[in-house]
Write a protein that binds this ligand. Structure first.
Ligand code: ADP
Ligand code: MG
Length: 357
């Protein structure tokens, strides 16, 4: 096992900057998830760690060793891809043992390592099959088995669950997490799915457009997002953003509605907001029905059984509420919605930065 340290990593193709100075520290044994919208540079960063892509500037170290100039083979990492990349003409056992064969490991060692990985992944009965005889989930397990057999210092995963259906994805998510709890191998996992990031990570790195927006534990990002991008990206359904102004100790929405202000951050309070304009952030699950709240006119009601999602409007602005209780709500109803300032946020509308404590 080893730590991974990425310092100011830059990647350009011609004059296009794909990574524009990314720094991330992954501790020994940690499970770190890189998450962000498609095209933000996650795969590029992972491939640079793996040695499949050159680093334009900056430094990547695995353990104490700077690996910028080391070839992929010499880095002692194993990568699992979205498309599994199994050899179709080889059995499961041969797919899993292939890397060891290339290293001229003795057959006995190869067999015992493959058997151990197969045991961990529940593949014992499938060792003689070919990839075409396996389901998507089984193929993904073989791809992981191939990584485990190598007993690398670091596992890299690039969207390994994207090709699986929703139910299997949830199951494999649990399996990968369980695997990490057993093996404790340092892992860097790429996904565009914030739920995967939230449920699997010790630490999440939120990326956008070649830059890191925020790094933190899942619930830190959920409770204390640094800015509107992270606030909107983490959590489902997304946080509501309501435009308005700070006036006389409250947040004033058009049409005279008022919402309670959370405590201001240290320094000059909310006085630095441009022209007093601000964005009020509140998650759908933090909107409660209570007397004396703000009127939300219901437009769409989506019951899922365990909860009810209500889309509506506060004045002219769209809002989403998520209720855990069974309610009978219909389009056209007006709900009185209260919010707790302790779970609300105030953002600067120009920089997007969160300004409350
Ligand atoms: P992600 O994995 O987050 O979806 P990628 O790392 O694959 O994003 O890509 C980041 C950006 O880099 C994208 O805009 C992509 O078009 C660009 N890119 C990736 N590879 C190349 C390449 N070989 N040449 C030019 N641009 C590339
Ligand atoms: Mg990618």
């Amino acid at each position: 096992m080893a730590s991974v340290s990425i310092r100011n990593a830059v990647k350009t193709y011609g004059d296009v900057g794909v990574l524009r100075g990314v720094s991330v520290d992954v501790e020994d044994g940690e499970f770190v998830v890189l998450v962000g919208p498609s095209g933000c540079g996650k795969s590029t960063l992972l491939r640079m760690i793996a040695g499949l892509e050159e680093i334009t500037d900056g430094e990547i170290a695995i353990g104490a060793r700077v690996v910028n100039d080391l070839r992929a083979k010499e880095r002692d990492i194993a990568m699992v891809f979205q498309n599994y990349a199994l050899y179709p003409h080889m059995t499961v056992a041969d797919n899993m043992g292939f890397a060891l064969m290339l290293k001229n490991a003795p057959k006995q060692e190869r067999d015992s390592r493959v058997a151990r990985a197969a045991e961990i992944l529940g593949l014992n009965k499938l060792l003689d099959r070919y990839p075409r005889q396996l389901s998507g989930g089984q193929r993904q397990r073989v791809a992981m088995g191939r990584a485990i057999v190598r007993d690398p210092q670091v596992f890299l995963f690039d969207e390994p669950l994207s090709n699986l259906d929703a139910k299997l994805r949830v199951q494999m998510r649990g399996e990968i997490k369980g695997l990490h709890q057993r093996l404790k191998t340092t892992t860097i996992y790429v996904t565009h799915d914030q739920i995967e990031a939230m449920t699997m990570a010790d630490k999440i790195v939120v990326m956008r457009d070649g830059l890191v927006e925020q790094i933190g534990a899942p619930l830190d990002l959920y409770d204390r997002p640094a800015n509107m991008f992270v606030a909107g990206f983490i959590g489902s359904p997304s946080m509501n953003f309501i435009e308005g102004r700070i006036e006389e100790g409250a947040f004033a929405v058009e049409d005279g509605f008022r919402l309670p202000l959370p405590q201001a951050g240290s320094g000059s309070g909310y006085s630095g907001l441009p022209g007093g304009n601000a964005v009020y952030g509140v998650r759908p699950e933090h909107m409660k029905i209570a007397e004396g709240g703000a009127p939300v006119t219901v437009e769409i009601v989506e019951p899922t059984g365990s909860e009810i999602m209500v889309m509506g409007r506060l004045g002219s602005q769209p809002v989403t509420c998520l209720f855990r209780d069974r309610l009978s709500v219909r389009p056209g109803d007006v709900l009185s919605i209260a919010v707790d300032p302790a779970t609300s946020h105030i953002f600067d509308p120009e920089s997007g930065r969160r300004t409350n404590a």
